[in-house]
Design a protein around this ligand. Structure first.
Ligand SMILES: Nc1ncnc2c1ncn2[C@@H]1O[C@H](COP(=O)(O)OP(=O)(O)OP(=O)(O)O)[C@@H](O)[C@H]1O
Length: 366
């Protein structure tokens, strides 16, 4: 596994592995990474309490992988400081690495070895694995360890990566996009595994661009955008969770009547109504729900709803929707009760001038 934490060169463990940070598994201050002139991570700071699950979310290219790779000492930061399990990862060497389980985002496994032999090989590097632990994990994920790794499907190779990250029950588990390639049943199993590890006192840091996954698994969340940390807080405080995209088709009425019902719902933003060609043809509704779904559903139910979808928007859309231009540029501002950097989200009504009929502007449905 090209990217797996390897034994590497022996280095000394930092002697001041610290009293001040004993409650924290990870502390990051002003962490920055340049790739040539490109600033992939720009002065971020966050900390992860021991025995918690911390989620890093952000659209593609936000800097999640770069951040994780710095924490596990695969790449060097350009500037800033990090403490991982009380140790500077640049100086922690194999002793620190054995305390960490790591699943890289670009897991490449193409060996002829069978799954079991590969995991045994990893176990020799990562430290002792309890008897039966590998089989128990494999069984849980329905993973056949007797097949050559290169013959496994992408999802099964991902399972192998998950097993190697968890099997030695390390103090800290760092997972980059862990559920890529897993089917929904296995994703569920993975979330359970994360919670059980947390309940045993292990600390987990995971990245994802799927908001719902982080919502289910994490206690605390940081949102990265364009290399900056634009929001940080506990999962409930993260308003990204309440953003949904609504599409509906309503029959037997006019766009004006639908606008009359929906126009005053404060949870709806960017409401666009597209009338049918003929007077009583179905009206198509598109909008963003920012808040509880219930008032919207009740307002829609006053009409004949012939089709309805309410779905999670993609993360880029959510970040930009809530954090606007600052999110686009990755700026930080602070706000919040118990949360750093949580920017006041835009509310319905901020610049919201009622429903738009399709054709009123060039934009169309958002
Ligand atoms: N080795 C590299 N050389 C140059 N630029 C890089 C390198 N690795 C990453 N980048 C750039 O750094 C930025 C952050 O990339 P990173 O992979 O950390 O983002 P990410 O949030 O993990 O994205 P994704 O969800 O797509 O994996 C991107 O603009 C990316 O193109």
């Amino acid at each position: 596994m090209a990217d797996r934490l390897s034994a590497g060169q022996q280095r000394d463990v930092d002697p001041d592995a610290g009293s001040a940070s004993r409650g924290r598994a990870i502390e990051v201050h002003g962490l920055t990474k340049h790739y040539g002139p490109h600033e992939a991570v720009r002065g971020i700071r966050f900390s992860v309490e021991r025995g918690t699950v911390y989620g890093l979310i952000g659209p593609n290219g936000a800097g999640k992988t770069t951040t994780l790779r710095m924490l596990v000492d695969i790449i060097r930061p350009s500037s800033g400081t990090m403490r991982v399990l009380g140790v500077d990862p640049r100086r922690g060497g194999p002793a620190l690495r054995r305390r960490i389980g790591y699943l890289p985002g670009d897991l490449r496994l193409s060996t002829r070895m069978r799954g079991r032999a590969l995991l045994d090989h990893f176990a020799r590097i990562s430290g002792p694995v309890a008897p039966g632990a590998i089989d128990a994990l494999a069984e849980r994920f329905d993973l056949d360890l007797d097949r050559p790794v290169r013959a496994l499907s992408k999802g099964n190779r991902q399972k192998l990566g998950i097993v190697q990250a968890f099997m030695h029950e390390p103090e800290l588990i760092v997972l980059d996009e862990p559920t890529g390639g897993l089917d929904p049943l296995m994703q569920r199993e993975f979330i359970d595994l994360v919670r059980e590890a947390r309940d045993r006192g292990q600390t987990l840091l995971l990245s994802s661009h799927v908001l719902s996954e982080i919502q289910q698994a994490a206690d605390r969340v940081a949102v990265l955008s364009a290399g900056r940390l634009v929001a940080e807080g506990d999962v409930e405080s993260l308003r990204l969770a309440s953003i949904r995209r609504l599409r509906a088709t309503i029959a037997g009425t006019t766009a004006d009547a639908v606008g009359g019902t929906l126009g005053s719902i404060s949870e709806l933003r960017d409401l666009t109504l597209t009338p049918g060609g003929e007077a009583r043809d179905p009206v198509r509704v598109a909008a963003t729900i920012d808040g509880p779904v219930d008032p919207v559903i009740k307002a829609l139910a006053r009409h004949l709803v012939v089709d309805l979808t309410v779905e999670e928007p993609d993360l880029e859309e959510s970040v930009l929707s809530l954090y606007g231009d600052e999110g686009r540029q990755g700026q930080e501002t602070s706000l919040g009760t118990g949360s750093r950097f949580i920017r006041r989200p835009r509310h319905a009504g901020d610049g919201h001038a009622g429903p738009r009929r399709s054709g009123d502007t060039e934009g169309g449905p958002q």
